[in-house]
Design a protein around this ligand. Structure first.
Ligand code: COA
Length: 250
């Protein structure tokens, strides 16, 4: 069922979650986070074997909808975006992602919580929080340096440098690079394979892998406090408004 820009469908033990707002490069609104949060947070009780995160169109996601950030920024820890982030950080259901094109902001940071990430050569991971007057989220201030090293994370976070599919693979953010036309099928096959395995062993393994979830959730909350304060800043509002001044973007 497609609702508010995200489609959610259960098939053969796999919950297919598809970002489905291609005209806006799958930019994520509060309403979309709500659907995503519900899909992730109910997966374990619904006996889902694996979550499969995909996107329609040429872009995984352009990150948070900047219009939403300007008009209705998240106010507290119970905002849909935080329900989604704590969900992907704490669920005991494995998450498989298929990524093509730009994965901006949360489009990259959500991948740090996935168990398998398939990417096409077109994948471009970007975390331009500082350029937008913001700070990292989704525990990426902890997980990104841990994954790619402090010095490489510095280039991504402070300079806004793109992490290519090759680099993401070399650093263990990506499981495998797959040609664009085979990407979704291979990711789905992996999710189905996990869903067919002994369910409780899968769940227990996931719980063991995410043994540091208290630390990760604490980082999400710490960053969230700073992020919400930054959203209200003149720096951030000017940077986000500039995005919508089309001429200024060339
Ligand atoms: N929030 C709101 N709208 C967005 C958006 C976002 N994050 N990203 C793209 N859009 C909209 C554009 O405004 C445009 O809408 P329009 O057709 O009504 O003018 C449409 O999606 C297509 O975007 P466009 O920029 O023309 O596509 P592109 O292929 O040239 O560039 C991106 C794609 C992703 C590189 C570019 O859109 C971008 O940089 N987006 C912002 C990313 C960002 O800073 N995200 C926040 C991270 S915290």
């Amino acid at each position: 069922m497609t609702s508010l820009g995200v489609s959610v469908e259960d098939r053969q033990g796999v919950r297919h979650v598809v970002l489905d707002r291609p005209d806006k490069k799958n930019a994520l609104t509060a309403a979309m986070y709500g659907v995503l949060a519900d899909a992730v947070n109910s997966a374990s009780a619904d006996d889902v074997g694996a979550l499969l995160l995909q996107a329609r169109g040429d872009t995984f996601t352009a990150g948070n909808d900047l219009r939403d950030f300007l008009d209705q920024p998240p106010h507290g820890e119970d905002a849909p975006v935080f329900r989604f982030l704590t969900g992907i950080a704490t669920t005991d259901v494995p998450i498989v992602a298929a990524v093509r094109g730009n994965a901006v902001g949360i489009g990259t940071t959500m991948l740090l919580h996935c168990d398998l990430v398939y990417a096409s050569p077109s994948a471009k991971l970007k975390v331009p929080f500082v350029d937008l007057g913001l700070v990292p989220e989704a525990a990426s201030s902890v997980l990104l340096p841990r994954r790619i090293g402090r010095a490489r994370a510095g280039a991504a976070l402070f300079l806004g440098e793109t992490i290519s599919a090759d680099e993401a693979y070399a650093n263990g953010i990506v499981t495998k690079i797959i040609s664009d036309d085979a990407l979704d099928a291979e990711a789905e096959a992996a999710a189905r394979a996990i869903a067919a395995k002994p369910r409780q062993a899968v769940r227990e393994t996931k719980r063991l892998i995410t043994h540091d979830r208290d630390t990760v959730v604490a980082a999400i909350m710490r960053e969230g406090t700073a992020f919400r304060a930054r959203l209200a800043s003149d720096e951030a509002r000017a940077a986000m408004s500039a995005f919508f001044q089309r001429g200024a973007r060339g």
